[in-house]
Design a protein around this ligand. Sequence first.
Ligand code: COA
Length: 185
Amino acid sequence: MASATIFDDPNMGEKVKAKLKHCGKEVTIYPLAKIIKPEVIEIGDHSIINDFTFTYGGNGIKIGSYVHINCFVSIIGGGELILGDYCSIATGCRVITGTDTYYGGKRLSSALPLEQRNVILGKVVLEKDVNIGVNVVIHPDVTIGEGAIIGSNSLVLKDVEPWSINVGSPCHKIADRPKVVVEDI
Ligand SMILES: CC(C)(COP(=O)(O)OP(=O)(O)OC[C@H]1O[C@@H](n2cnc3c(N)ncnc32)[C@H](O)[C@@H]1OP(=O)(O)O)[C@@H](O)C(=O)NCCC(=O)NCCS
């Protein structure tokens, strides 16, 4: 009898679509994209989740239309995530929606029982047309305003102004981004 492979994993690839809270038209989930807790995840039309991504649904994820989540992106932490229409998250980004903390003298390993830990479950929002460069890290409780760009390898700890270009660790604004002039589709 043939042994099971990762392609049989019910939490990977197109098979996950049937378990999502909502799956729009023409959504693509590549075979090596792993999605945990799909029942709290909504995906809008024409969005794409590439191979080698890890998405944990946590307290809920709402992905808009024409969103691209590229290879090696991780969405972790157990909080909430909103991705507006036309957002793009480049290879290697880590979106942290929640985290263990040292607050109150608690321990930080997720392997421990909850009474040993002090977990913060936050919310990350990327408004419409946000563009995240490769290897960016986004911490919990951050809103990245409409149309903002985060340069490669940046660290986002605080809210980001709409239609701004930001780089660095932690990131700071270096310029305004001109508004999109093409029509919404
Ligand atoms: C942030 C970004 C959009 C800026 O592009 P740009 O407007 O063309 O800016 P420039 O290349 O003219 O750089 C402007 C300044 O920002 C600095 N800078 C640019 N990108 C940076 C980054 N990622 N981190 C730190 N500094 C950066 C430049 O060194 C330059 O500084 P200087 O004025 O002191 O010389 C671009 O550099 C970037 O990081 N894009 C993301 C690329 C990516 O990850 N794509 C995904 C794969 S498709």
